[in-house]
Design a protein around this ligand. Structure first.
Ligand SMILES: [Zn+2]
Length: 469
């Protein structure tokens, strides 16, 4: 009988409020001069008092609406006590017994709870010259989400994390860049043979989706091998070594008892249900279209699911496509082709050539797509014209006319080309005559070359077959 893995995730997301969680300091933890956004409150000077940031609470409650979580009627902040240089008060303000949200579901995974806390400072350990601490991040609002232990493989875990990132961005409450630490994933992993949960190992600091998958797969294998060899697993916290692609032991796992949680006496309890700022109707105002609704809308337009995922995971592509799709005069074929070009050719131009989508006028883009659907140009010409439309003051129809690129599908103008190619390629023509139909493709290729891609290949093929008969 094989072992069943069980995984629960804990995800921290930095909320992009204007100010920090309990003081008025600017919330800008990345890329600034160290210790430029600090004050006596977040530096824990004696006599200062924390004031909870309502914008952060509102963001968490808004997240709760999106995942159908139950909002707390009553909430409070607790002190989580531990000593470390990155935590100036020697405790972190977090939530223990009364989180803002309980339950809910995302991507099929049940959530246990979501609470708010403050981030720690960032320490930098320099070999030989001691350690430095940057407090810009100390006190930044951090949303912590805990899932139920209901995940059984690394793919589901990573898909959940991706969906969470997308939702945080869609709601505009976190930038959720994993490589910057704006979203940090921890995985609790155990394996067992019966229905009970095995010894839990926590892997911390997973800063990419690849790391989430790698660490989970590694732990499942390691734990299974240990148990099969009759060894005992330690309940511990492990880190992930990206280069060696393995986890390593960091310390034995703390339990809640170790932190001596108690309600923070400096912060009044929060009566969520009687707080007008947090009323459901108020929160529902300006709620953006959520990813699942977008998926459904785009599916109804006939888009394939791969294109849908590419579009909704990029704010830029999504806004652009939504604008195109909102034009009711366009045929469904033009809309589908637009999605196809946006997710392939245009995405490549943006990534590889550094072009800006803002420089491509939707009017011209739609005109190009319409020309293609109407067979006025072929896909080769469309691709050639596309890059030139960025920043262009002329539309594609005018450019194509000026450069004589419009597709030739009238027999009269194509016949001389056909005749010329036939006379130049007698041996191929003989092959076609002797029944080798595939040889006609060569002639079509010559026709496309001679017309610089302006001929309609289907038309050419038909005309060659007729002329050779
Ligand atoms: Zn401050």
């Amino acid at each position: 009988m094989s072992y069943t893995p069980t995984i629960g995730l804990e995800v921290h997301a930095e909320l992009n409020t204007e100010s920090k969680m309990f003081c008025g300091c600017t919330n800008q933890p990345h890329g600034s001069e160290p210790n430029s956004f600090i004050c006596p409150v977040c530096m824990a000077h004696p006599g200062t008092l924390p004031v909870p940031n309502e914008q952060a609470i509102e963001m968490v409650l808004k997240f709760g609406q999106a995942v159908n979580a139950t909002p707390a009627k009553f909430s409070e902040f607790d002190r989580k006590n531990y000593f470390y240089p990155d935590i100036p008060k020697a405790y972190q303000i977090s939530q223990y017994a009364f989180p803002f949200l309980e339950g809910g579901k995302l991507k099929g995974v049940e959530l246990t709870r979501v609470h708010l806390e403050e981030d720690t400072a960032r320490s930098q350990h320099n070999k030989g010259t001691g350690s430095l601490v940057d407090f810009n991040r100390a006190g930044v609002p951090l949303m912590e989400l805990v899932t139920e232990p209901v995940i059984h493989d690394s793919d589901t875990a990573s898909a959940f994390a991706k969906e969470l990132q997308l939702l945080l961005r869609t709601l505009g409450i976190s930038k959720a860049n994993m490589e910057k630490g704006e979203m940090r994933v921890e995985a609790n992993i155990s394996v067992s043979k019966d229905n009970t949960l095995g010894t839990k190992v926590e892997v911390k600091n997973l800063n990419s989706f690849k790391a989430v998958e790698g660490a989970i797969n590694y732990e499942i294998k390691r734990q299974t091998e240990m148990l099969e060899a009759g060894k005992e697993l330690a309940q511990e916290t492990r880190g992930w070594d990206e280069n060696k692609a393995r986890t390593f032991s960091q310390r034995s796992k703390e339990t809640a008892k170790d932190y001596r949680y108690f309600p923070d006496p400096d912060i009044p309890k929060i009566d969520v249900s009687n707080h007008t700022e947090f009323s459901t109707t108020r929160l529902s105002e300006n709620t953006p279209v959520l990813p699942d609704i977008k998926r459904l809308n785009y599916k109804n337009l006939g888009l394939p699911s791969a294109a849908i995922e590419t579009i909704i995971s990029s704010e830029e592509l999504d806004n652009y496509f939504a604008n195109v799709a909102s034009d009711e005069t366009l045929s469904s074929e033009v809309i589908k082709l637009s999605a196809n070009y946006l997710t392939s050719d245009i995405a490549a131009l943006l990534n590889e050539k550094g072009l800006k989508l803002a420089d491509l006028r939707p009017l011209y883009f739609v005109e190009l797509m319409t020309m293609l659907v109407d067979d006025k140009i072929g896909s080769r010409v469309a691709k050639d014209l596309l890059a030139g439309l960025f920043g262009s003051s002329e539309g594609p129809l005018k450019i194509a006319m000026d450069r004589n690129l419009l597709q030739m599908s009238d027999g009269d103008s194509l016949q001389p080309v056909i005749d010329e190619i036939i006379s130049e390629n007698q041996s191929v023509v003989d092959e076609v005559r002797s029944g080798k139909e595939a040889a006609v493709q060569f002639l079509v290729g010559q026709g496309m070359k001679k017309t610089k891609g302006a001929a309609n290949p289907g038309m050419l093929k038909k005309m060659f077959i007729e002329s050779i008969k």
